[in-house]
Write a protein that binds this ligand. Structure first.
Ligand code: NAG
Ligand code: NAG
Ligand code: NAG
Ligand code: NAG
Ligand code: NAG
Ligand code: ZN
Length: 503
């Protein structure tokens, strides 16, 4: 990628110093220089655009200007309200067409739009449903009447329920609502982080019985890759719990089976879509587990790493950070690989909190101490200047997921998201979507829109987008040769995108 050469930077800086020292009052050149220096610091600010890119940038700028002025500004609103506005935006449709490289922070059961789960999966044979006291749905596939589940009604075969239901569309829509967080009035429905996280875990549990059915597990992953591919993404890193999957007769498959399934699905997918680079798995465990379970999990991760070196990328903890255990609690487990001379890369969620100064808030420090490869969210990073410097110097990027942070109530107006500051100073980062299916977004385009317009307003340009897109492969866990090839392929896609967007 062409960046502004260092000597040019130095020249500009020297000019500025020079100008600053003379007593030349309000010299417009000095002003321009100051602007230029700010611009150079930004994410993508030093990317030099070629002639065609400059034309597209000019077009983009007009669209930005229009969008800043026209009506309510989507990033300032809750995503559930902003979504229809975003989807009408010409910037959004440009971002959809833009090749976005890799999605580096997404979770196993949050990648497929839930319409597919309801319209496709729940229509398969042998699907049973039960309702909890709070009228939440749970599903299971079974060859016979499944064993009753505590706190859930008797299992009903969905096919017979549908036969008895007057309005099936209404029923399906109610399932869809169970499986996402969408609601017309999010501020009322979710007054606090704990409430929204509880609802999040319920939605997740609802989907659980569907996606852990072995045949669905594979189809789900395939469909997830397809939905990302359609959004012009060529590579995905999936944080995966790799839960036991089950067969129709109740038999359970282990993690090895799940990894094998992932490998097989990714191979099948890339054979079908040769310009898709692939997908890798970051094995995750819930951060509510105790030290003993964590040790077992890390040991399992090392085994998976040995058995599936191409598919397995590393290890992480998931779940609400504020209620889970801090990384330091898991120090014995996390020290195991090093003690045994095994390379198990970490990709920790850290700083997905606004509880400053608590044990949880220290996760950012510990993530760096445990040599994390990337930082998931890092929402609190701006409040930790030393860690921030280290993350920059060690080139440990932050995975920023704007919509997730907003829906899970860390920030309401995305113009105030801390990543706006990180991007203003060119901190290494990538944009991702966490659990798009639960938020009602898809792929990465909605999050790119929020980041581009919300964090940047008029200050970001096509160079910002190019840098973000390149970052997504640069900071991926792909082995270096594959990475270089993927970046080259991305740049070819990029040029085609620029050309086609000018027509
Ligand atoms: C459901 O998905 C499977 C695999 O993804 C596909 O083969 C099948 O045609 C779909 N069925 C329906 C009814 O959409
Ligand atoms: C089902 O209900 C929806 C409104 O919720 C309505 O639009 C639709 O026409 C109804 N379908 C049938 C078959 O009654
Ligand atoms: C979940 O589905 C049930 C059953 O259809 C329905 O009664 C309930 O209202 C749904 N919950 C939500 C939050 O939509
Ligand atoms: C850790 O958690 C597991 C699973 O929940 C439990 O079986 C075990 O007794 C716990 N160990 C300790 C030491 O608390
Ligand atoms: C992290 O990396 C440093 C430098 O390579 C090494 O000294 C240290 O032991 C590593 N820590 C862990 C927990 O792997
Ligand atoms: Zn996450």
């Amino acid at each position: 990628m062409s960046r502004l050469p260092l000597h040019r930077l130095l020249q500009i800086w020297l000019l500025f110093q020079c100008c600053a020292s003379c007593n030349c009052g309000l010299d417009p050149k000095k002003r321009d220089m100051l602007m230029k220096l700010e611009e150079l610091r930004r994410t993508g600010g030093a990317v030099e655009l070629d002639e065609r890119e400059k034309l597209l940038d000019a077009k983009l700028r007009k669209l930005q200007e229009h969008e800043m002025k026209a009506g309510p500004f989507p990033p300032s609103m809750h995503f559930f309200k902003a979504k229809p506005l975003i989807e009408q935006s010409p910037i959004f449709s440009l971002l959809q067409k833009m090749p976005k490289g890799g999605a580096l922070h997404v979770h196993d059961f949050g990648i497929v739009g839930v319409e597919w789960l309801v319209k496709n999966v729940t229509y398969r044979e042998n699907c049973y449903v039960c309702f909890t006291n709070e009228v939440f749905v749970q599903f299971i596939f079974s060859s016979g009447q499944p064993a009753p589940r505590p706190l859930c009604s008797r299992w009903t075969l969905l096919r017979s329920l549908r036969e008895k239901t007057k309005n099936i569309t209404d029923l399906d829509n109610s399932f869809i609502r169970n499986l996402t967080l969408f609601t017309e009035d999010p501020d009322r429905a979710y007054p606090s982080q704990d409430v929204v996280w509880k609802r999040f875990e319920k939605a997740f549990l609802g989907a659980y019985g569907l996606v852990t059915y072995a045949p669905v597990f594979k189809d789900y992953l395939y469909e997830g890759l397809r939905q990302f591919y359609v959004d012009n993404i060529m590579y995905v890193e999936i944080r995966a719990l790799l839960p036991a999957t089950y067969e129709l007769d109740g038999r359970l498959n282990d993690k090895q089976w799940s990894m094998q399934a992932c490998q097989e699905v990714v191979r099948r997918f890339t054979a079908h879509y040769p310009d898709f680079v692939g997908a890798r798995v970051i094995f995750t465990v819930h951060r509510g587990v105790n030290a003993t379970v964590a040790i077992k999990a890390v040991e399992e991760a090392m085994t998976l790493q040995r058995n599936f070196p191409d598919t397995m990328a590393g290890f992480d903890f998931v779940g609400q950070e504020d209620l889970g255990r801090p990384l330091w609690y898991f120090k014995d487990a996390l020290s195991l690989p090093e003690q045994r001379g095994v390379d198990l890369p970490y990709f920790f969620h850290a700083g997905e909190t606004d509880s400053q100064g608590t044990e949880v808030d220290q996760n950012l420090m510990d993530a760096i101490l445990f040599n994390t490869t990337r930082i998931g969210h890092g929402f609190a990073l701006a409040r930790h200047p030393v860690v921030k410097d280290m993350s920059r110097k060690m080139d440990v990027p932050v995975e920023v997921c704007p919509i997730s942070n907003q829906v899970l109530k860390l920030v309401s107006d995305l113009r105030n998201h801390p990543a706006a500051m990180l991007m203003a100073e060119g901190h290494p980062l990538v944009i991702s979507s966490d659990d798009p299916a639960l938020f009602g977004s898809s792929g990465l385009s909605h999050d790119f829109y929020e980041a581009f317009m919300g964090f940047g307003g008029m200050s970001f340009n096509l160079g910002t987008l190019k840098e973000l897109v390149l970052n997504s492969l640069r900071y991926s866990s792909l082995p270096s040769q594959t990475k270089e090839k993927a970046i080259a392929a991305l740049l070819v896609k990029w040029d085609k995108f620029v050309l086609e967007s000018l027509l």
